[in-house]
Design a protein. Sequence first.
Length: 202
Amino acid sequence: MFPPHITKSYQAIFMETNTPVVKKPFYKKKWVWVVGVIVLLIIGSSGSDNNPQVVDSTGSSSESAPQTEESTTYKVGESIKLKKSIITVNEFTFSQGGQFSKPTEGNKWVEVNLTIENTDSAQQFVTTLGQMFIRDADGNSYQVAVTERAISNPNNRLDGAVIANSKRTGWVGFEIPKDATGLQFQYNGSMWGGGTILVDLE
């Protein structure tokens, strides 16, 4: 037999090692709430000010109400403010080609001149392929095409970096059927923190 004081020590150790550990429910842990608050803040900040709206030449919002996701159609000449940029369709023209290139038989080119202003503190990148389309009244969508203007004036293209607080103006062309109607220029501003906008071309 062990001496009494040694026996008591072993009993105490046995009781400690066999005492069940009560775990807190996960929702009562402090780190769970911290993570939850951070996620909510991120969602709230990313969802605010994403609706495009028309602004004047100074960049201030006009008196008209901001456009919603259900109403995102604008006019040529209007400056449309997204979260990190201002988009303006300045003009558009139709073309049957020139000396170097022509559209496919039965088609025509529509060329859109627009200005993209980067209002962010970091440079942004423009890629016409994937960001810009032409839509018609039947719901068809047409991608960027290499037009006569693009071939003869490569410096007028929009693709590339737009440095912070600066503008880039250029042309982007599309090939569409000659009889296409109800044309709209579609700009996907998700890369710049905004939604999709549509500009009527007719």
